[in-house]
Design a protein around this ligand. Structure first.
Ligand SMILES: NC(=O)c1ccc[n+]([C@@H]2O[C@H](COP(=O)([O-])OP(=O)(O)OC[C@H]3O[C@@H](n4cnc5c(N)ncnc54)[C@H](OP(=O)(O)O)[C@@H]3O)[C@@H](O)[C@H]2O)c1
Length: 272
């Protein structure tokens, strides 16, 4: 039995769609939606029942929080998996070029926790930043200008659907991927100018200081301010353009062309 956590999130629901109808797959959601097992890493008491009979766990990272919150969630999930006799955890992590992002720590902690597990086999899907996420941090403003402080930097963004395809193929054949760390960053690095041209907008990058102040003033949670500022900075200063990493994306897609990140970005902006 394969259990997918976070099955109502954006990535998890794409995974769930691809696995629909399979008798050997269970879905887990915090809300305990119909047809799913209720599981909430913040309520570890939900986990023994949710993990019963599970051989493989696709652990979709439960980001969004301070490090101690996210580490506690992932730690609870892994400990419960060990106790329930799960054999293999496939974890959706963060690409290796993302270590300057404030949220990298919780991913690396989780990887280390899994590597040190006395009982679990593991596979890490080190996902790059989504093209859909780029549409969030580099959307045009009311004057049709992209002002996100990306400088001259570029992002090797990846379509969430490609990551869902890969998560499904790995999690349904985990033994073939035991102890593997896959770097899943896009093949085409996009800069602010590319994004603006594709939308017919203007690129007028602001400063990190202005962006940080605007994020703080927007009602964002305190942890989100450094999270987003570090994302802009890592892109602007060339750490996430794909040049420092060998991507396994195409190989894990069975050799096919990855979805076009610029098309995904444009669609995501237009759909709001
Ligand atoms: N690579 C990127 O660009 C990028 C961007 C944003 C986030 N991420 C990371 O990748 C993950 C998946 O991305 P996404 O786009 O699907 O994000 P999303 O739509 O915001 O979904 C959040 C996910 O976190 C799960 N979650 C949160 N708290 C949880 C808890 N206490 N117990 C169990 N599950 C919990 C949710 O589970 P339910 O479905 O059960 O609610 C859901 O699957 C995120 O959680 C985050 O860690 C990556």
């Amino acid at each position: 039995m394969l259990l997918v956590t976070g099955a109502s999130g954006a990535l998890g629901s794409l995974v769930a769609e691809r696995l629909a109808g399979r008798a050997d797959v269970a879905l887990g959601t915090r809300a305990g939606l119909p047809g799913t097992r209720r599981l909430d890493f913040d309520a570890p008491g939900t986990l023994p029942e949710a993990f019963a009979g599970v051989d493989t766990l696709l652990l979709i990272s439960a980001g969004y929080g301070e490090d101690d919150t996210v580490v506690a969630r992932h730690g609870a999930a892994i400990s419960a998996a060990e106790r329930a006799g799960v054999r293999h955890v496939v974890y959706t992590s963060l690409s290796g070029d993302g270590d300057h992002l404030t949220y990298a720590l919780a991913h690396r902690w989780t990887e280390r926790r899994l590597r040190r597990s006395p009982t679990l086999d593991w596979t890490f899907l080190r996902n790059g930043l989504y093209a859909e996420f780029l549409s969030w941090i580099a959307a045009p403003d009311a004057d049709d200008r992209i002002t996100g402080p990306l400088g001259e930097g570029r992002l090797a963004a990846v379509a969430r659907e490609d990551l869902a395809d890969i998560a499904v193929s790995v999690a349904t054949d985990p033994a073939a991927h035991r102890s593997r760390v896959y770097e899943l960053v896009g093949e085409r690095a996009l800069g602010g100018g590319d994004l603006a041209r594709a939308l017919g907008s203007t690129y007028a990058p602001g400063t990190l200081a202005d962006a940080r102040a605007a994020i703080a003033a927007s009602g964002a949670e305190p942890f989100q301010v450094p999270m987003l500022a570090s994302t802009y900075s890592a892109i602007a200063h060339g750490f996430l353009d794909g040049s420092g990493i060998e991507s396994d994306l195409r190989a894990l897609l069975g050799g096919r062309e990855p979805r076009d990140a610029l098309d995904v970005f444009v669609k995501a902006v237009r759909e709001g």
